[in-house]
Design a protein around this ligand. Structure first.
Ligand SMILES: Cc1cc2nc3c(=O)[nH]c(=O)nc-3n(C[C@H](O)[C@H](O)[C@H](O)COP(=O)(O)OP(=O)(O)OC[C@H]3O[C@@H](n4cnc5c(N)ncnc54)[C@H](O)[C@@H]3O)c2cc1C
Length: 463
């Protein structure tokens, strides 16, 4: 063990070059945090170095060295995570793959081969340039491929094509020993032994470092529209969701949002939310290969909505209008952030969404707090914000959180549908998940990373 982390910087310098090993704190500030709200974000350790490799071989040498020296390594992506997953909470190395950001598109196989440091914005653009489409859209396009895969990101467009796991067809990863492994490829089917690739997806940087991925793309839809359905009552809005899904229409996205939060986000961006009727709204994105297909889907949805007491639907057709709606929806988090303590992402069966919301209302009433709730209704995945009261953290915040989690579990759900465990949810993970399940996961972690150098203190408590 070296005592001063600077002493450990010499070997990475000889691997990646002097200029790509940063030891001065002032030049690594933005790597010490993610997007977790300030009130709960874990503090970064004092002794850290930041290393920026430019190839898989360099990643391999750094991990091998760190493993030999027993120095923790914290893989960092775009630092947009919401549970402190990439925050370097112990002395060690922050590993940023931002220089590894190449993307090639294989048009024949409809796949992108992307290095882990490329951003979501880069991937969307590369697909678009090749006349293809990457549908997934978690709110912040600064997220990187490595982070999206390590968190198995979801977002607003998961109803039709699924979450990140459904897109990943191949992975190149580096184990803590420095060994480089490849799984899958430009393949639709792969049934070779245990599916280690899918074990790595969602493992939050604790098993290996992802360096490259093969990602499924789709042909661009010729037509898309965004519908806004306003309702006076939340129950009617939420009640519409399973009806739409049962009708055979499969939208790209079905989002539930309250008008109060939408107006806040629009104001925050200096934009205008296009529809002010109704307290509760559904935002539905539809895509298809012909105008007829889309308009017939719109009609079916409008009929279902009418039966559930919606006001007349508003249809956004131009790209600009649709992008503005998505932008405002994606910025609810940012608009609420300064007053926020935490953002939960409990997920329940779609049929139990209304029940979960009613339970949350009761919890809000019991403790006298404001709990904004909105989210990916088509996935049964709600974002529940815990807010400050008069600028302060409410006394019973832990009780409020645990009652929301308990409600989710009792309704057949899970405590997190997309953000993961990271540093923030370790206690709740232990409370609401089976002991045996956690002990199996710990064993898996030990097999991949016997010296516990990769993202220690995440998912499981520190040693
Ligand atoms: C405004 C906003 C909206 C959001 N909306 C959504 C949403 O709708 N759905 C959703 O799922 N998420 C959402 N998020 C959360 C976040 O964007 C996602 O979790 C995203 O996938 C994180 O990617 P990242 O590159 O920023 O990862 P980081 O935050 O940098 O890291 C996340 C985890 O991945 C690990 N990691 C990063 N790179 C690698 C690598 N190369 N190899 C191994 N491990 C690695 C880190 O160690 C860490 O554990 C939102 C965030 C914001 C700020």
């Amino acid at each position: 063990m070296v005592n001063k982390i600077e002493e450990a910087a010499d070997r990475p310098k000889s691997i990646v070059g002097q200029e790509w090993v940063i030891t001065e704190r002032e030049y690594m500030e933005s790597y010490l945090r993610d997007e977790t709200p300030d009130a709960l974000r874990p503090p970064a350790a004092e002794e850290l170095i930041l290393v920026k490799p430019s190839s898989t071989e360099e990643v391999s040498k750094i991990l091998k060295t760190a493993n030999e020296m027993r120095i923790p390594v914290f893989p960092a992506g775009g630092r947009t995570g919401l549970v402190g997953g990439c925050v370097p909470t112990e002395r060690g190395i922050i590993l940023s793959l931002e220089k590894m950001n190449k993307i090639e598109v294989d048009k024949e196989n409809l796949m992108a081969i992307a290095e882990a440091g490329a951003t979501l914005a880069d991937l969307i653009k590369a697909a678009d340039d090749a006349d293809l489409f990457f549908p997934l859209h978690p709110g912040d396009e600064g997220a990187q491929i490595g982070g999206l895969i390590s968190t198995n990101a979801g977002g607003v467009r998961a109803v039709k094509y699924g979450v990140m796991r459904n897109y990943v067809k191949g992975l190149e990863v580096v184990l803590p020993t420095g060994e480089i492994l490849n799984f899958g490829g430009l393949l639709i089917k792969n049934n070779t032994g245990y599916d280690l690739m899918h074990l790595i997806i969602g493992s939050e940087g604790t098993l290996c470092v992802i360096t490259k991925a093969v990602i499924k793309l789709y042909p661009k839809s010729k037509h898309s529209v965004t519908l806004i359905l306003p309702y006076d009552g939340r129950a009617e809005a939420i009640g519409t969701v399973p009806e739409i899904l049962k009708s055979g229409v499969i939208p790209l996205a079905i989002e539930y949002v309250g008008i109060k939060e939408l107006n806040k986000a629009a104001e925050h961006l200096g934009e205008d939310w296009p529809i002010h009727k109704g307290n509760a709204q559904l935002i539905i994105i539809l895509s298809g290969s012909s105008e007829d297909e889309i308009y017939s889907a719109c009609e079916s949805i409008a009929e279902i909505a009418e039966k559930n007491n919606a006001y007349e639907a508003v249809i956004a057709e131009t790209r600009e209008e649709q992008e503005s709606i998505l932008r405002i929806r994606s910025n609810i988090y940012t608009a609420l952030k300064s007053e926020m303590i935490d953002i939960l992402d409990v997920t329940v069966p779609i049929s139990r969404l209304s029940d979960l919301m009613n339970r949350i209302d009761k919890i809000a009433e019991k403790y006298g707090v404001y709990l904004p709730v909105y989210g990916h209704a088509g996935d049964g995945n709600l974002h529940i914000h815990l807010m400050k009261e008069d600028g302060k953290i409410p006394k019973y915040i832990k009780e409020i959180k645990n009652e929301i989690y308990s409600a989710g579990i009792q309704l057949g759900g899970v405590i997190t549908g997309e953000h993961g465990i990271g540093k923030l949810r370790i206690e709740e993970f232990q409370m609401f998940f089976s002991e045996k399940g956690i002990s199996l996961m710990r064993e898996i972690k030990r097999i991949f990373d016997p010296n516990n150098i990769l993202n220690p203190g995440k998912i499981f408590p520190s040693r």
